[in-house]
Design a protein around this ligand. Structure first.
Ligand code: ADP
Ligand code: MG
Length: 563
């Protein structure tokens, strides 16, 4: 007797649902993408109780006929693909024809729709069966209501994360879709409160402000690049605004929001010099390329994309971002302030607040402070605070410079410069130097000796050092070797430049004046001059600010002289 049976349709749909409908946010994505495919120009999303109780998406698109309203819920029902060759050149957002069937199998669904010059109709499903249908009154377009999500799959319900993270995922999904469609008017309402709204006026700067808040607008660098038929357009948000995760590094390939590990890492690397460890930038990058070179179907939610020329693209992205961040001026960091990402001040809807950003108070003189001609303004030294911070003043207020961070920046750029323009020369040591390292490190060196040799480190049989590269001071040899080991260990594609950059960072840190050391006036002046000449004087190589500005207005506010 045969034990193999074909799965029934409902079970198959539930399994597919596991892939497509992982959490409430994935439903929003599928429904809104369908509305976009239906040429909607206004899309409103309503959510109750993180989407478990209800998700409603209302659009003004072309609608579905009465027959199609039922067809649409069958597995592999799609109006978007008819033959295999369509698969490679797909321009719509959906095409697996799976989403509605999958959603139906894990929730109760009502669909209302009205096409042009037709009456409206509705159909209501429970347990994947029609329980009611008939005439409905609504505007042209479609309204889909999902109730009681996962009511029949309690295990899935249990695996949902906390309310906070589900809500964040919802808002994030909404953000990405809204950002990729500046011509569509979106709104998001959670528990009867309007959380976000975009204008759909095709103005990207206004869109960014509707999604992230107006503060960001002051410091966005826009760029466009083209190479081998690939177009990159990017909006780089100043590294003064950072996040604790990678969620706001947004990538679109052919206008579709995608995730791609390598490209995301490339963006982070592009920013790395400006960021503290474990802080991540906000950036929006659009890539346009031949759809033949992309494959989005490797992921059931069409989220991950594979590109055929990923490494070249990653390299281009990283270097372009680096170049732009270094050449264009970002302003001096103002005092630290917290701004929410939503129009509502309600705690519940606030995504993680932005770290370290400009004060947005009207009337402060922030807007005047651009140092296009001169990165650091003329100012008078008025003393030091705790032998650590140098204080300056001018007509625009008070400036504090962290002497260690500033010196680190200056030294870092100096080392980087000499590393870039220097030829690595091998120096013989008079007596073989015994390294202060563990046996484990020694065997690691033995296995990777060729890499060390490339850097002009040669060893004798006992792994004592015979030669060293000219750039490293003798006192730094142990540290350098240890740093190299950890870099090589953590990085399969070990890169010369990365090591040199890391070395420059650690050497410059060690060589810099520490805090709690009182500088002479001459030293202060020399430090300020060298900082003025730095390419990026505003942060140390680890991304911490070197200089902070407090305006007169801000000081007066602190003393309540003004309100
Ligand atoms: P896919 O989007 O992959 O085609 P779906 O299951 O998401 O599959 O949708 C099935 C079909 O239902 C779509 O191909 C489309 O014809 C129709 N449809 C879904 N949502 C809408 C909508 N909001 N407006 C008009 N048609 C829709
Ligand atoms: Mg779809």
């Amino acid at each position: 007797m045969s034990v193999i049976k074909q799965m029934d349709e409902k079970l198959a749909n539930m399994i597919a649902a596991g892939e497509v409908v992982e959490r409430p946010a994935s439903i929003i994505k599928e429904l809104v993408e369908n509305s976009i495919d239906a040429q909607a120009t206004i899309i409103d999303v309503y959510i109750k109780d993180i989407g478990i109780k209800e998700i409603k998406v209302v659009d003004n698109g072309i609608g579905l006929s009465k027959e199609d309203a039922k067809m649409a819920f069958l597995r592999h029902a799609t109006s978007k693909i008819t033959k295999e060759s369509d698969l490679t050149r797909i321009n719509t957002l959906g095409f697996r024809g799976e989403a509605l069937a999958a959603i139906l199998s894990v929730s109760k669904v009502t669909l209302k729709s009205r096409q042009k010059n037709n009456d409206g109709h509705f159909v209501k499903y429970v347990d994947s069966k029609i329980i009611d249908e008939g005439v409905a009154s609504l505007n042209e377009g479609t309204e889909i209501i999902i109730n009681d999500l996962f009511y029949n799959t309690p295990a899935r319900l249990k695996y949902l994360k906390t309310e906070y993270s589900e809500r964040n995922a919802l808002i994030n999904t909404f953000d990405k879709i809204a950002l990729s469609n500046p011509n569509i008017k979106f709104s998001l309402t959670i528990d009867d409160k309007l959380v976000k709204q975009t204008l759909g006026n095709n103005d990207y700067y206004s869109l960014i402000s509707q999604i992230y808040g107006t503060n960001l607008l002051k410091d966005i660098k826009e760029f466009e690049e083209e190479f081998s038929n690939i177009k990159i357009k990017g909006y780089l948000i100043s590294p003064h605004f950072t996040r604790s995760n990678k969620n706001d590094i947004t990538l679109f390939v052919n206008n579709r929001y995608v995730r791609n590990y390598n490209l995301t890492e490339a963006i982070i690397k592009g920013y790395s010099e400006f960021l503290m460890t474990n802080r991540f930038p906000l950036a929006i990058i659009f890539i346009e390329m031949d759809p033949y070179l992309t494959d989005v179907n490797i992921h059931p939610q069409k989220l991950t994309v594979k590109l055929s020329n990923e490494s070249l693209l990653s390299y281009k992205l990283e270097t372009t971002i680096k170049k732009i961040l270094l050449t264009k001026d970002f302003k001096i960091a103002e005092n630290i302030d917290i701004v929410d990402k939503t129009i509502l001040k309600d705690e519940k809807y606030i995504k993680e607040s932005l770290d370290f950003i400009y004060n947005d108070q009207q009337g402060t003189s922030n807007k005047d402070i651009t140092f296009n001609e001169q990165k650091i303004p003329d100012m008078e030294y008025i003393g030091n605070l705790a032998s650590t911070y140098l204080m300056f003043q001018n007509e625009k207020g008070l400036y504090l410079i962290d002497q260690h961070a500033a010196e680190e920046r200056v030294n870092y750029e100096h080392y980087l410069n000499s590393i870039e323009n220097f030829e690595l020369v091998e120096l013989n040591l008079l007596i073989p130097k015994e390294l202060n390292i563990t046996n484990k490190d020694k065997s690691f060196i033995k296995e990777n000796e060729n890499i060390f040799n490339q850097f002009k480190f040669y060893f004798d049989d006992n792994l004592n050092l015979l030669t060293q590269p000219n750039l490293i001071l003798e006192n730094d040899l142990d540290d350098t070797i240890i740093k190299m080991i950890s870099l090589i260990e953590n990085n399969e594609d070990f890169d010369f430049k990365v090591l040199l950059n890391e070395l420059a960072k650690s050497i410059s840190c060690k060589a810099s004046i520490k805090a709690n050391y009182k500088l002479s006036l001459l030293e202060v002046q020399s430090l300020l001059e060298r900082l003025r000449q730095a390419k990026n004087p505003y942060t140390c190589p680890h991304g911490r600010p070197t200089i902070i500005h407090l305006t007169h207005y801000q000081i007066e506010r602190m003393f309540k002289r003004v309100v």
